[in-house]
Design a protein around this ligand. Structure first.
Ligand code: HPA
Ligand code: ZN
Length: 326
């Protein structure tokens, strides 16, 4: 329809995308075979049927299991190239990609193998299609800060390829304060800082991300809306929130898409963006996320334009890089 065509035509940036969450069941099966890794599914349909989550942890259990098929550099290249093809098809011009090295090093896959495969696909997309990108290394917050420090050590030879660090995995019980020192070191190394906060965790975790981790963006941030003073602080700072509508529905962060707070965020003056999070698990890439939330909330063209614009102004592109896309 008309709205779909309008969304498809908008140049967009994606700022919240876990590359391991773009592993489609078809590729999961192909890699399981190629690497002789056993997976507990008989078919692609079987896999999709398992994607019924009642919270974040339900999803994470299956997400860490799924990434077990990723072993060789070529696997990480294939995964990333497949995502970039989907992004390009959605008229995404710039991507800031999360990766979870600890989900791989824990299985004996070297940090260098992971990042080399991802980086090769990113370079190719830039050279062939002008698609620009940044990489964000995420620490798994259910693990210790010492393990995060060791991961940052492994990243040191790759600092030229890494724009920032993030914080993901099980939120409740693992507040930002747990990672204050490793984020301080990352910042001293010149890295940007982001953190998942206020997805399942309380507004206090968003405040900690701001005060203790000194983040440049908040990933999700939904529960900030429970705290009016925090909302004012986020708007005053023009802090970007990377919102993920279909993820919020699938992980039961919102009751249903019609109850999504995206318009409330925009009306409050928050710099909200629309992103896919883990598109292979949550039922859609960027345009599907724009479409679902625009249909449910009857978003106007001006609102859709504002969201797409926010995706560039909230990105880690410099002013020239943003201007090239806007
Ligand atoms: N939240 C926390 N951790 C994650 C997510 C998420 O939405 N996706 C992948 N890891
Ligand atoms: Zn996420």
């Amino acid at each position: 329809d008309e709205r779909a065509a309008f969304i498809a035509g908008l140049p967009k940036a994606e700022l919240h995308l876990h590359i391991e969450g773009s592993l489609e069941p078809e590729l999961m099966f192909a890699l399981a075979q190629r690497n002789a890794v056993a997976i507990p599914f008989a078919s692609v349909e079987d896999v999709r049927a398992a994607y019924a989550f009642s919270n974040l942890q339900d999803f994470l259990d299956i997400y860490y299991q799924g990434m077990g098929v990723l072993i060789a550099e070529q696997d990480f290249y294939d995964l990333t190239a497949a995502y970039l093809a989907r992004a390009r098809a959605d008229n995404v011009r710039h991507v800031e990609i999360f990766f979870d090295p600890q989900g791989h090093t824990a299985r004996g896959v070297a940090f260098d193998t992971v990042i080399a495969g991802i980086a090769r696909a990113l370079d190719e997309a830039r050279d062939r299609h002008g698609l620009t990108s940044r990489l964000i290394l995420c620490f798994l917050r259910h693990l210790s800060e010492a393990e995060a420090e060791a991961t940052l050590d492994a990243a040191l030879p790759w600092l030229g390829r890494i724009a920032g660090v993030g914080l993901d995995s099980s939120e409740v019980g693992h507040p930002p304060s747990k990672f204050e020192r490793v984020f301080a070191r990352a910042r001293d190394l010149g890295l940007k800082c982001v953190a998942h906060a206020g997805e399942e965790g309380p507004p206090a975790y968003v405040r900690e991300a701001l005060d203790l981790l000194r983040v440049d963006r908040i990933d999700h941030g939904n529960r900030s809306l429970e705290d009016a003073a925090l909302v004012r602080r986020l708007t005053d700072a023009a802090m970007c929130l990377t919102v993920c509508p279909l993820s919020n529905v699938r992980l039961c962060v919102v009751d249903d898409i019609a109850a999504h707070p995206l318009r409330t965020m925009l009306d409050a003056g928050l710099c909200a963006t629309v992103n896919s999070d883990d598109p292979a698990y949550f039922g859609g890439y960027v345009n599907a996320n724009y479409q679902a939330v625009a249909d449910a909330l009857d978003l106007s063209r001006a609102e859709l334009v504002a969201l797409a614009r926010n995706s560039f102004t909230g990105s880690f592109l410099d002013a020239d890089g943003q201007a090239r896309h806007l």
